[in-house]
Design a protein around this ligand. Structure first.
Ligand code: HEM
Length: 146
């Protein structure tokens, strides 16, 4: 394994957990606001911003990996079904779009309840898409050989 491939793959592998944790946190922090009884404060916004940030970082790392593997002629997702490469790329990008919408739409909404609804809806869609995109047969924590 060439060094840059190993470094990028390990970072992409670890950041996947930050994406999942931030997504879960964004949903849990905002579900209690769905009934309109709870104000939308910076504490509610924080995990949404983190979710979007980690998703964007994951896309950048993924695109770098993809470009580098292409240059080095390393096969992408060797051994997986041929369509997985494009499913992974497409679902990963879609998740980042949904995560961005969670942030934008919860900011644009005018009431606290509408903010919480936008946050939960788009974060849940993004999290579901991430779960579908992840190649679960690959190492869970590559850094520790797990
Ligand atoms: C945003 C959601 C995404 C998540 C959660 C995610 C997660 C993962 C995981 C867990 C792996 C396996 C890492 C390992 O084997 O240690 C992986 C591999 C990879 N991902 Fe992503 N990814 C995402 C988006 C993307 C995007 C948008 C691209 C863009 C091209 C991409 C490109 C790749 C590539 C090239 C590999 C390596 C394949 C190989 O080693 O054969 N990923 N991804």
């Amino acid at each position: 394994m060439t060094t840059l491939y190993a470094v990028l793959l390990t970072l992409h592998n670890i950041n996947r957990w930050l994406v999942l944790l931030a997504g879960l946190w964004a949903i849990l922090q905002n579900v209690s606001g769905l009934n309109g009884q709870r104000p939308f404060t910076p504490a509610e916004r924080r995990p949404i911003a983190m979710f979007m940030g980690t998703l964007h970082l994951q896309v950048v790392l993924g695109l770098l990996l993809f470009a580098f593997m292409g240059m080095q002629k390393i096969p992408v997702f060797a051994g997986a079904r041929p369509s997985f490469e494009w499913e992974h790329l497409g679902l990963g990008l879609l998740a980042a779009v949904f995560g961005t919408l969670a942030s934008v739409q919860s900011r644009k909404a005018t009431t606290d309840q509408a903010k919480a609804r936008a946050a939960v809806l788009w974060s849940a869609l993004a999290l579901l898409t991430v779960l579908l995109a992840i190649p679960w047969w690959r190492p869970l924590l590559r850094l520790f050989n797990l």
